[in-house]
Design a protein around this ligand. Structure first.
Ligand code: ARG
Length: 452
């Protein structure tokens, strides 16, 4: 029964937060006259001693003390004697564990903003080196219109920016103190919750004591934000996997992020993006798992809530692993510009521009679309691309074609013609990069401020 109900095997990860919370709590007990100051000093010294033991790996945790909170309290009493038993005055494990989770997660959220920012930096770096690299843009995974490779990469910078903003916004709901709620109803001791909040750097305290000990929304919100990040990473991973196949051969990932095959020497497997894509599943699983644990759970604390931890720790580790590898993988990848160019030259992704050309000469778009349909069909039947056609051949389909059609169909021209805010024209992409860099610097400042 002890083994089944204990959480020490995984919640020992909260040791630092637990001690941090206890130090603030006992300081408050002294300040409010609930404990004599020399008891407070003894308990603080004892807590710091236990902290040192844990850091050095000297404290042996035991399942018979159930969780990290009781293991630390036991070690404290072993160290300072019965006075250690006064630490838990005016507190319950219910508000204590919630406090630890808030302290833990707010640190992680800042860390992930920093890691996402690093990934944006890597993507922007590649984008800057590919401001002239033209690549087919796809819809339905069919070549649609040529775009700048930089434009494609910058789409991910925007996606990760939304992830950053979601994390930053969640911070204000994480950074609220539950301690002082007691088991569920508050406490009979004249405590000062705001003083504890101030010591621990919380922006405020929970309004309602039942809510304080029952709320796990902030963890679910984190798991949801993490799922979105993994979903974005898995889309990028899928593109990297496709692009590094022999069929595409658009990029080459550095050997450091790939493995060879034990029996097929020609292979270089994109292990990192494949695993990131695969690990997205467990992150979604942890989200749905906790949502389900909390569903229909009556107020206030229930033992079910101990199940909030393993999924959260697992998600944190999974995200750390993926993000730590992703930035260097992006900045070291080789972009095969010639191969991309070849792909653009050998497709019909400039077809839309013929239609637009005819529209500019006065033909209604529907008719222009028909002309271009016939022209492309002719090309396919004769093994040609649009730029291979002679003016006479063009004239079979419309007399409106003139010499300038050859200029209009050049990939550079096709790309730069999309000169609209947010479009792929090179001056637009350059401006988008400049804007992204300004936002990047703001995020970096936020990170510096919050990681203190
Ligand atoms: N180990 C418990 C958890 O992680 C701590 C809170 C236990 N509270 C209680 N009344 N049993 O949820």
């Amino acid at each position: 029964m002890e083994e089944y109900t204990a959480s020490i095997l995984f919640d020992k990860e909260l040791a630092e937060e637990d001690i941090q919370g206890s130090l603030a709590h006992v300081t408050m007990l002294g300040k409010c006259g609930i404990l004599p100051l020399d008891d407070v000093e003894k308990i603080k010294d004892g807590l710091l001693h236990v902290q040192g033991m844990i850091r050095r790996g000297e404290l042996e945790f035991s399942v018979s003390d159930e969780d990290i909170h009781m293991n630390i309290e036991k070690a404290l009493i072993d160290e300072v004697g019965p006075v250690g038993g006064k630490l838990h005055t005016g507190r319950s494990r219910n508000d204590q564990v919630a406090t630890d989770m808030h302290l833990y997660l707010r640190k992680r959220v800042v860390e992930f903003v920093g890691l996402l920012n690093k990934l944006q930096e890597a993507l922007i770096g590649q984008a800057k080196q590919n401001l002239e690299t033209i690549v087919p843009g796809y819809t339905h995974l069919q070549r649609a219109q040529p775009i700048l490779f930089a434009h494609h990469l910058m789409a991910y910078v925007s996606m990760f920016q939304r992830d950053i903003e979601r994390l930053q916004d969640s911070y204000k709901r994480i950074n609220v103190l539950p301690l002082g709620a007691g088991a569920l109803a508050g406490t009979t001791f004249p405590i000062d919750r705001h003083f504890v909040a101030e010591q621990l750097g919380f922006d405020g305290v929970y309004e309602n004591s039942l809510d304080a000990v029952s709320d796990r929304d902030f963890i679910i919100e984190f798991l949801s934000n993490a799922s979105m990040i993994m979903m974005h990473l898995s889309r990028l991973s899928e593109e990297f996997i496709l692009w590094s196949s022999t069929e595409f051969h658009f990029i080459e990932l550095d050997d450091a992020f790939c493995t060879g095959s034990s029996i097929m020497p020609q292979k270089k497997n994109p292990d990192v993006p494949e695993l990131v894509r695969g690990k997205t599943g467990r992150v979604y699983g942890n989200l749905v798992g906790l949502l389900t644990v909390l569903k229909s759970l009556p107020l206030a604390y229930n033992k079910d809530m101990q199940e909030d931890k393993e999924g959260m720790f697992d998600t944190v580790r999974t995200l750390q692993g993926a993000l730590q590898l992703y930035a260097p993988m992006v900045s070291t990848m080789k972009v095969n510009k010639e191969r991309m160019r070849q792909a653009v030259n050998q497709d019909f992704s400039n077809a839309t521009d013929i239609a637009d050309y005819l529209v500019n000469k006065g033909l209604p778009f529907r008719q222009a679309h028909e002309v271009i349909g016939k022209t492309v069909l002719y090309c396919i039947q004769n093994g040609k691309f649009l730029l291979d056609l002679t003016l006479d051949e063009f004239h079979q389909f419309s007399k409106l074609f003139e010499q300038d059609i050859y200029k209009v169909l050049q990939p550079e021209q096709v790309v730069n013609a999309r000169n609209v805010y947010g479009g792929t024209a090179s001056n637009q992409v350059s401006e988008a990069i400049a804007r992204a860099e300004a936002v990047f610097n703001k995020t970096n400042e936020w990170f510096e401020q919050y990681s203190k």
